[in-house]
Ligand binder design. Structure first.
Ligand SMILES: Cc1cc2nc3c(=O)[nH]c(=O)nc-3n(C[C@H](O)[C@H](O)[C@H](O)COP(=O)(O)OP(=O)(O)OC[C@H]3O[C@@H](n4cnc5c(N)ncnc54)[C@H](O)[C@@H]3O)c2cc1C
Length: 381
């Protein structure tokens, strides 16, 4: 296991504040232990019997991934802003992920993150555990039946190039989305007429207790930038937020998901790899012209309202260039908010609120955010 921590100049962990001497000793012991080989596969029911009450117990249960405490989420979100994750884990593979999950208390809040390209973590950070799948679950293969199996940590650009390399067409649009397959499944991400779930034959999910399950698209309600398990309808915090309208408390992404995507089997037409590669190049060139890619951002902040474009409405209201602290409505694309330097999550969120209220006042259209905003407000400032 690889434990990383923020340290002060004396080499002491910065994150000891508030920890009991027992927990402190536990952490020091773990750092000394170093790497311990995990079993090839873990039965969570067995592991559960030895589950320990403290969330720090996983430290001694054979993890092979990277565990850290008080991890700045600004390192893992494309806005490069926001608070810390109390605990943060990047597994090595599915077995390791299962070990981690089995070791957590059942009520530990869990947030799954890919490339953080659609995510704002408030400055007060997130309690519980954040699970980083980017750089972790990265298997990618063509199966005998012709389907492409990709794990949740695979970035869109890699998936698009892999499909082209294997003579598939229809996957090019993934190259324009700077997210992981897991995040793209969760968001039904898409562009230029393509959408993630158009290509899904089956998904592979992992439950909080480490069980692997395969599900079909029929088990989900799939919409424009939204995906919900049919049995969960009406329960998602996100849905409640939608009904209640924008408010600080309801505008939350699911923070404690019961299961999450770890892979998918995708189907694409047979095509010409060379043509697909050319289309990827063209698509990326188009994005460079139309999007403010040189500054940290999270893509489109708001969903397009039916029959219109959020960017058009925002621009019409004279909001291009409007700034709060280090957050600015992009001059290049009005539905993007860019971090022009040291923006706090509060700067970004306040600008989102300002844009939303202004557009509603001037046009009567209530915009719905596409980005997920999670976590606590900073106590000061
Ligand atoms: C420059 C730029 C351009 C963009 N263009 C587009 C575009 O054209 N089309 C588009 O749709 N989006 C676009 N986006 C937004 C973003 O890339 C997508 O929403 C993408 O799907 C997010 O993937 P991610 O891995 O970064 O997810 P994250 O931002 O890490 O997470 C987003 C949400 O998905 C959840 N999640 C992440 N992984 C999993 C998982 N494995 N299982 C379950 N839930 C999970 C998270 O908990 C969170 O609620 C753009 C973003 C940027 C910065």
């Amino acid at each position: 296991m690889n434990v990383t921590e923020n340290r002060d100049r004396k080499g002491l962990p910065r994150t000891t504040k508030g920890l009991s001497p027992e927990l402190l000793r536990e952490r020091q012991k773990t750092e000394a232990v170093g790497s311990i080989a995990a079993p090839a596969s873990i039965d969570c029911r067995v592991a559960a019997t030895t589950r320990l009450s403290s969330v720090l117990r996983p430290l001694s249960s054979g993890l092979r991934g990277k565990l850290s405490f008080d991890e700045p989420m600004s390192r893992h979100t494309s806005w490069r802003a926001g608070g810390m994750a109390a605990r943060f884990y990047q597994p090595v593979d599915l077995d390791d992920l299962r070990v981690f999950l089995c070791s957590l208390p059942p009520d530990e809040p869990l947030l799954v993150v890919g490339l953080g390209s659609n995510l704002l973590v408030r400055d007060g950070g997130v309690g519980g555990s954040v699970l980083l799948l980017h750089g972790a679950l990265k298997e990618l293969a063509v199966q005998e039946d012709g389907l492409i199996y990709a794990q949740a940590g695979v970035p869109g650009a890699k998936l698009a190039r892999f499909a082209a390399l294997h003579g598939r067409s229809g996957a090019e649009f993934f190259a324009g989305i700077p997210g992981t397959l897991g995040g793209m499944l969760a968001m039904n991400a898409g562009c230029y007429g393509g959408e993630t779930w158009q290509h899904v034959v089956k998904v592979q999910v992992m439950t909080r207790s480490g069980e692997l399950i395969e599900r079909t698209p029929q088990e989900y309600e799939i919409g424009y930038r939204s995906v919900a398990r049919i049995q969960d309808r009406g329960l998602r915090i996100e849905d409640r937020g939608e009904l209640a309208g924008f408010s600080h408390s309801s505008f939350l992404a699911p923070h404690s998901s019961e299961e999450f995507f770890v892979g998918a089997w995708l189907s694409f037409e047979q095509g010409n790899g060379e043509t697909a590669r050319r289309q990827i190049k063209e698509l990326l060139a188009k994005r460079i012209v139309s999007q403010p890619l040189s500054l940290p951002n999270a893509g489109s902040v708001f969903r397009n309202p039916p029959g219109d474009h959020a960017a058009r409405l925002i621009e019409m209201c004279g909001l291009k260039g409007r700034r709060i602290g280090g957050a600015q409505v992009s001059d290049k694309h009005a539905n993007f908010i860019v971090n022009v330097g040291n923006a706090t999550a509060a700067n970004i969120e306040n600008l989102i609120i300002l844009v939303r209220e202004t557009v509603e006042k001037q046009t009567g259209v209530l915009l719905h955010p596409e980005v997920k905003i999670i976590g606590e407000y900073a106590k000061h400032g």
